[in-house]
Write a protein that binds this ligand. Structure first.
Ligand code: BGC
Length: 632
C-alpha cells in the first residue's frame, strides 16, 4: 500500500471519529440537557389560565427523571428519608393501612402529611404531592374520626342523597388532616359471598353501584377553594370485573378468590362492568384504580385492551389510572419488564409501593432503550398534573387550607353516621310484628360477641387494616350502649356476652343476640362457608333459655349461611358493619326510625347457589333465601 493511500485512510478514520464524537455530543445535549428553570411568573403559576395550558407549561420544564418521579406512588413506611420526596420528585404517597404517624391522633396525622407535602414543594419545580388514604368508611385510618357504616350498608339504604352527605362529611374529615386523595368509592360487584371484600361494595347491582358511586364521588370531590374544581380526589376502584372472580382462582397462595381470575366475558364487560365506570367519569372521577385480579390470564395492570382501549379511548377517561398495591409487579417477567408492560398498557401512576429509586431507574432505562415512548410518559404525567391543578394544589402555599380539626368525629358527623346506620338496617324476619319494640316496661337481655365491641361492629379498615378489637375508639358507641340509651324509660336492659342469665330471675320478654363476623380485610376474609361461629350459636341458644322471644342481629360484612338456624328465631336483622355509631341499630329496634333498608345483594341458602349473577340467577338455579332488595 502506498504512503498516499495510508494517509488517506487515516484521514477518513479521523473524520469518522470526529463526526461520531459530534453526533454523540448532540444526542447527549438533547437527551441530557440541563433542566431549564421556570421564571417566577411562569405560565403554570398563573391562576387565570386554563388548567391544560398550565400543565403544558409545567411539563416543558420537566426532565425525564422528574416526569417519571411523578408516576411513582410510595407507601409512607417505605420512604427512606423525607428529602427523597423532593430529590426524586415523587408524585404521590399513601398511608397503606397501618401507615400511621407516631402520634396517632388527628393532629399527628395532619403534622405528618403536611411535612410530606411541604417537603414536596421544596423540589426544583415545587410540584405538590398527592397524599392518599383508604377512607372507605369515613376517615377510618384515624382514631377519633367518625366511622361510617361500610359500603354494603350504604348500599342497603339505596339513598343517593344520604350517601352524598356521608361522602361530603368524610371528605371534610380527610381534608382536615391534609390528605387530598381517597381510594374510594368501591365499584366492585360481588357475585360470591365467600369473597373477603363483599362489605367494601355497595351492591351486586350495576345500576345501584352507578347511582351510589356517583353520589359518593360528588360528595367527596365538591369544590372548595376558588382556584380548584375539586376538593379532594376520589378514586373509583377496582377497574374492572372485581367481584366476578372464580372461587379457587386466586393468584395469592394465602387467598382463595381475592386477586383471582375474572373470566373473559365481553358481554358482561359491556353491559355490567363498564357502565358504572362511565357514570363515575361523568360524575367527575379523575383517578381510577386498576385492580389486582386478572382478566382471563392477563393481570389487569398489563391489559392495554382494558386500561387504554376500553377505559381511556372508548369511555373517554381523561384522568389518570393508578395501579393497586404492588399490582404492577404481579405481572410476570421481573421488575423492569413489568413496569414496561404496565406503563405501555396505560397505567399512569404506579402504586409501587416500595422501591421507588429502582422504579425511576428502570423506567428511565426503558425510555432510553426505546421500550417506552417518551410521549407515553408525557401523557401519564399530563393526566396526573391535570388532577393536581384541579385540586388547586399549586395555588396554596400550605398543603391544606383547612386549619381546624373540628369536623373529625364531630357531633354533626356522628349524627349523620347514626342516621346512615338506622337507614341501613334490613329487617329479614319479624314474627308477629315483634319489632319495633314499642311496649314499655319490657325486660330485655342482650348478649353476643358483637353486642359490646366497637372494633367488631366497625369491621376491618378501621385504624388497622384487619380492624381492631374492643371499645377504645374515641367517641364511639357500642350497640349495647346504643340500646341502653334509646330504650324507653322503664325498660330493663341486662347484658352478658355469652347469653347466660340467671335462671332464677324472670325470663326476659325479649332476648337480643348480637352476633356475627370478626373483622377481616381482603383475601384474609375469603371463607368457603361464611356462617355463625359455634360460640355465637351457643350464645343464641343460651339466650333462648332465658328469653320468651329471640331477636338476632347479625353484625356482618356479608350474608351468612343461617338457613336452618333462623327457623327458631322470632326476628332477624342484618345490621352489617355499622361503625362507630351503634345507637343507629337501636333507633330502628325501638321504632325511633322505621326499617327502610333492603338487601343490596341476594342472600344465598347454600354454597351450591354460588356464584349468583347480577340478575339474581343462582349457580344451581334454585331460589336464594332472600332475593336482592328484600327487606320488611
Ligand atoms: C387494596 C386497595 C387499597 C390499596 C391501598 C390494596 O391492597 O386492594 O383497595 O386502596 O391496598 O391501601
Amino acid at each position: 500500500m502506498s504512503p498516499f493511500t495510508i494517509q488517506n485512510l487515516a484521514r477518513k478514520l479521523i473524520l469518522a471519529v470526529v463526526v461520531g464524537i459530534i453526533a454523540m455530543q448532540l444526542v447527549s445535549f438533547f437527551t441530557h440537557r440541563e433542566p431549564s428553570s421556570p421564571p417566577s411568573d411562569a405560565r403554570f403559576r398563573n391562576t387565570s389560565l386554563p388548567i391544560s395550558e398550565r400543565v403544558s407549561d409545567l411539563l416543558s420544564y420537566m426532565t425525564l427523571a422528574e416526569k417519571i418521579g411523578q408516576m411513582a406512588l410510595v407507601e409512607k413506611n417505605s420512604l427512606r428519608k423525607d428529602q427523597d420526596i423532593a430529590t426524586y420528585g415523587l408524585g404521590g404517597m399513601l398511608s397503606g393501612f397501618g401507615g400511621k404517624p407516631e402520634n396517632n391522633t388527628p393532629l399527628g396525622w395532619r403534622e405528618m402529611i403536611r411535612r410530606f407535602i411541604d417537603t414536596s414543594q421544596t423540589s426544583r419545580l415545587g410540584i405538590p404531592l398527592l397524599y392518599g388514604v383508604d377512607a372507605i368508611h369515613g376517615h377510618s385510618n384515624v382514631p377519633g374520626a367518625t366511622i361510617f357504616p361500610h359500603f354494603i350498608a350504604l348500599g342497603a339504604t339505596r339513598d343517593e342523597k344520604l350517601v352524598e352527605r356521608v361522602a361530603a362529611a368524610t371528605s371534610n374529615e380527610i381534608m382536615e388532616t391534609g390528605a387530598n386523595w381517597s381510594y374510594s368509592p368501591t365499584y366492585d360487584m360481588p357475585e360470591d359471598i365467600r369473597w373477603g371484600r363483599v362489605y367494601e361494595t355497595f351492591s351486586d347491582d350495576p345500576a345501584l353501584v352507578s347511582t351510589l358511586g356517583a353520589a359518593y364521588i360528588r360528595g367527596l370531590q365538591q369544590r372548595s377553594t376558588p382556584t380548584s374544581t375539586i376538593k379532594l380526589l376520589a378514586t373509583p376502584k377496582h377497574f374492572i370485573g372485581a367481584g366476578s372472580m372464580v372461587w379457587g382462582s386466586s393468584s395469592n397462595e394465602n387467598f382463595k378468590i381475592d386477586q383471582g381470575t375474572t373470566p373473559i366475558n365481553e358481554e358482561k364487560l359491556a353491559t355490567q362492568y363498564l357502565p358504572p365506570f362511565k357514570d363515575a367519569i361523568d360524575a367527575g372521577a379523575q383517578s381510577i384504580m386498576v385492580g389486582l385480579n386478572s382478566w382471563g390470564n392477563t393481570k389487569l395492570a398489563a391489559s392495554e385492551q382494558l386500561v387504554t382501549t376500553e377505559l381511556k379511548d372508548k369511555l373517554g377517561f381523561t384522568g389518570f389510572t393508578v395501579s393497586d398495591w404492588y399490582g404492577v409487579y404481579e405481572i410476570p417477567g421481573g421488575d423492569y419488564a413489568a413496569a414496561v408492560t404496565a406503563i405501555n398498557a396505560g397505567i399512569d401512576m404506579v402504586m409501587l409501593p416500595f422501591a421507588y429509586k429502582e422504579f425511576i431507574h428502570n423506567v428511565t432505562q426503558a425510555v432510553e432503550n426505546g421500550e417506552i415512548e417518551e410521549a407515553r410518559i408525557d401523557d401519564a404525567v399530563r393526566r396526573i398534573l391535570m388532577a393536581k391543578f384541579a385540586l388547586g394544589l399549586f395555588d396554596t402555599t400550605i398543603s391544606n387550607p383547612v386549619d381546624t380539626l373540628s369536623s373529625i368525629g364531630s357531633e354533626q358527623h356522628r349524627a349523620l353516621a347514626r342516621e346512615a346506620v338506622a337507614k341501613s338496617q334490613v329487617l329479614l324476619k319479624n314474627n308477629n310484628n315483634l319489632l319495633p319494640i314499642s311496649t314499655t316496661n319490657t325486660r330485655i337481655y342482650v348478649a353476643g360477641s358483637a353486642a359490646h365491641n366497637i372494633g367488631i361492629q366497625s369491621g376491618a379498615w378501621t385504624v388497622e387494616w384487619q380492624g381492631v378489637d374492643g371499645n377504645w375508639l374515641p367517641g364511639a358507641t357500642s350497640i349495647l350502649d346504643g340500646i341502653r340509651s334509646v330504650a324507653p324509660l322503664g325498660t330493663v336492659v341486662e347484658y352478658t356476652q355469652d347469653g347466660n342469665f340467671s335462671q332464677t330471675s324472670a325470663k326476659a320478654d325479649i332476648g337480643i343476640a348480637i352476633v356475627g363476623e370478626s373483622p377481616y380485610a381482603e383475601g384474609w376474609g375469603d371463607n368457603d362457608k361464611p356462617s355463625l361461629s359455634a360460640a355465637d350459636l351457643q350464645t343464641i341458644s343460651n339466650l333462648q333459655k332465658s328469653s320468651k322471644k329471640i331477636v338476632v342481629i347479625l353484625v356482618t360484612g356479608r350474608p351468612l349461611f343461617i338457613t336452618d338456624e333462623m327457623q327458631s328465631w322470632d326476628a332477624l336483622i342484618a345490621a352489617w358493619l355499622p361503625g362507630s355509631e351503634g345507637a343507629g341499630v337501636a333507633d330502628t329496634l325501638f321504632g325511633i326510625l322505621p326499617y327502610t333498608g333492603a338487601l343490596p345483594l341476594p342472600w344465598p341458602r347454600t354454597t351450591a347457589q354460588l356464584p349468583i349473577d347480577s340478575s339474581g340467577v343462582t349457580n344451581d338455579g334454585t331460589m336464594p333465601l332472600f332475593p336482592r332488595y328484600y327487606g320488611l
